[in-house]
Design a protein around this ligand. Structure first.
Ligand code: NDP
Ligand code: 2IT
Length: 445
C-alpha cells in the first residue's frame, strides 16, 4: 500500500470516531506526496507515522462550584503534539463541543502553522467542554482556577505555552495566569494573550485578524490587485472577526456581514468603525447576541444562517471549523467571490477546498492565513524572555513581515513542487519539511 494511504489507515484505526482529526490529517498527508516522491529519508525515518501521533495527551477532571453552590464537572485537555521546533504552543478552547477529536485536529494543524511563522515554536492545543456563555465572571474565574490547578504541572515558559482560542480571551487568560503564578510562585511568560500591564504584547489581540488581512493583501498584490473598494463577507463576531473588520476598514474595503452561532447580520452599507465599536462592546463586555445589531441599526438578520449566501468579492471565515460546506463554496463562487482567506481553523470542508483550488481563486488555508495570532504570541514570548515591551508599530511591522514571509514561502513551495498557486500544498509542504527535518536531526524521539 502506498505510504500515505498506509499512514491514513493507521490514523483511522487508532482514532476511531474522530472525523475532524482524520480530515486535517488527510489534507496534510495527501499534500505531501510530491515531497515523499522526491526524498526517501522521511519514509525511512517513519516521519508520517510519528508526526500524526501527539507526543503526549493529557485529559483531566475539572470540578468547580457554580453561583448557586452546585458542583459542576467538566473535562480538561491538553494535546502536546510536537516539540521539534520549540516549546509546545497553541491555544485553549472553551466550548461545549470540545472533545479529543476537535483538539487533536487543532493541535495537528498548529504544528505546521507554527512552523510557517518562522519562529521557534512546537505545536499543541487544549481546552475544555466548559461553556462560558451565560456564566458570571466569578463562575468563569472558579472554573479557570480549577482548570489551571491541574494544567500547571504540565506547562511552563520553556515547556508548553497556551493562549486563547474560542471562548478564551483576555478575561480567561487573566484568571489562568493568576492561578499559575500562585501555584508556582513564578511570574513567567507561561501564557500569551496576557494583559498589557502584566506581560502582554501590543497587537496580540489584533494579530489574527490583522494578519489574515495582510495575507489577503499579499495574495492580491501578486495579481496587481488590492482590497480597496472590495465587498467583504466575514463570519463570526469574536476576536478574529472584529480585528479583521477593523483592518479591512483601514484598507478601504467594505464589510457587509458578521455572525454568531445563532445567525447572521447583513449590513449593505458596511460595518464602519462606529458600528464596529458597538459590536466590540456588545460581544466583549455585554456578551450579547449579534441579532441585536440588526435591531440597533435596522439591517437584515438571517436567523440560524451563515453569511455565505451574501454577495461579495472576498470572504473571511472567522468563526469555526467546517463552517463553509461544499454547497456554500459553490454559492460563494457563483456570487463572484474570488478570494477566501481563512481566519478560523479548517473552516472549509474538503469538497469546498477542492472547488476553490479547481477554480483557481485566491484561496489561503487557515494554517497560513491565520498564523499571525500565534506569531505575535511568539513575539510576546520573546519580549517576556527579554523583560521588555516593544512599541505597537514595531510589533505590527514584524507581523506584516511574518505574513509576507509566510505567503512567499507557501507560494514558492507550491511552485517548486509543481502546483503553482496552490497554497494548500505550499503551506503543508513548507510547514512539514522544517518539522520533519528537525525530527530527523533530533533522533528517534
Ligand atoms: P471567539 O470566541 O472570540 O469568537 C468565536 C466566534 O465564532 C463567535 O462569534 C462565535 O459565536 C462563533 N462560533 C463559535 N463556534 C461556533 C459554531 N459552532 N457555529 C457558529 N458560530 C460559532 O473566538 P476567536 O475569534 O478567537 O476564534 C475564531 C476562530 O479563529 C476559531 O476557529 C479559532 O480556532 C481561530 N483562530 C483564533 C486565533 C486567536 O488568536 N484567537 C488564532 C488563529 C485561529 P457564539 O458567540 O455564538 O459562540
Ligand atoms: O489557532 C491558533 O493559532 C490560536 N488559537 C492562537 C494560538 C497561540 O498560541 O497564540
Amino acid at each position: 500500500m502506498p505510504i500515505v494511504q498506509q499512514a491514513l489507515e493507521t490514523v483511522k484505526q487508532r482514532n476511531p470516531n474522530e472525523p475532524a482529526f482524520l480530515q486535517s490529517v488527510t489534507e496534510v498527508l495527501e499534500s505531501l506526496r510530491p515531497v515523499l516522491e522526491r526524498s526517501k529519508k522521511y519514509k525511512d525515518a517513519k516521519i508520517l507515522e510519528r508526526i500524526v501521533e501527539p507526543e503526549r495527551q493529557l485529559i483531566f477532571r475539572v470540578p468547580w462550584q457554580d453561583d448557586r453552590g452546585e458542583i459542576q464537572v467538566n473535562r480538561g485537555f491538553r494535546f502536546e503534539f510536537n516539540s521539534a521546533l520549540g516549546p509546545y504552543k497553541g491555544g485553549l478552547r472553551f466550548h461545549p463541543s470540545v472533545n479529543s477529536d476537535i483538539l487533536k485536529f487543532l493541535g495537528f494543524e498548529q504544528v505546521f502553522k507554527n512552523s510557517l511563522t518562522t519562529l521557534p515554536m512546537g505545536g499543541g492545543k487544549g481546552g475544555s467542554d466548559f461553556d462560558p456563555k451565560g456564566k458570571s465572571d466569578n463562575e468563569v474565574m472558579r472554573f479557570c482556577q480549577s482548570f489551571m490547578t491541574e494544567l500547571f504541572r504540565h506547562i511552563g515558559s520553556d515547556t508548553d505555552v497556551p493562549a486563547g482560542d474560542i471562548g478564551v480571551g483576555g478575561r480567561e487568560i487573566g484568571f489562568l495566569f493568576g492561578q499559575y503564578k500562585r501555584l508556582r510562585n513564578e511570574f513567567t511568560g507561561v501564557l500569551t494573550g496576557k494583559g498589557l500591564n502584566w506581560g502582554g504584547s501590543l497587537i496580540r489581540p489584533e494579530a489574527t485578524g490583522y494578519g489574515n488581512v495582510y495575507f489577503a493583501q499579499e495574495m492580491l498584490n501578486a495579481r496587481d490587485d488590492s482590497l480597496e473598494g472590495k465587498v467583504c463577507v466575514v463570519s463570526g463576531s469574536g476576536n478574529v472577526a472584529q480585528y479583521t473588520v477593523e483592518k479591512l476598514n483601514q484598507l478601504g474595503a467594505k464589510v457587509v456581514s458578521l455572525s454568531d452561532s445563532n445567525g447572521t447580520i447583513y449590513d449593505k452599507d458596511g460595518i464602519d468603525n462606529e458600528k464596529l465599536a458597538w459590536v466590540m462592546e456588545l460581544k466583549n463586555i455585554r456578551r450579547g447576541r449579534i441579532r441585536e445589531y440588526a435591531e440597533k441599526f435596522g439591517v437584515d438578520y438571517y436567523d440560524g444562517k451563515r453569511p455565505w449566501g451574501i454577495k461579495g468579492d472576498c470572504a473571511f471565515p472567522s468563526a469555526t471549523q467546517n463552517e463553509i460546506s461544499g454547497k456554500d463554496a459553490e454559492t460563494l463562487l457563483n456570487n463572484g467571490c474570488y478570494l477566501v482567506s481563512e481566519g478560523s481553523n479548517m473552516p472549509t470542508v474538503p469538497a469546498g477546498v477542492d472547488l476553490f483550488i479547481e477554480k483557481k481563486i485566491l484561496y489561503a488555508p487557515g494554517k497560513a492565513a491565520n498564523a499571525g495570532g500565534v506569531a505575535v504570541s511568539g513575539l510576546e514570548m520573546s519580549q517576556n524572555a527579554m523583560r521588555l515591551n516593544w512599541p505597537r508599530d514595531e510589533v505590527d511591522e514584524r507581523l506584516r513581515q511574518i505574513m509576507h514571509a509566510i505567503h512567499k514561502n507557501c507560494y514558492e513551495t507550491a511552485e517548486e513542487y509543481g502546483h503553482p498557486g496552490n497554497l494548500v500544498i505550499g503551506a503543508n509542504i513548507a510547514g512539514f519539511i522544517k518539522v520533519a527535518d528537525s525530527m530527523i536531526d533530533q533522533g528517534l524521539v
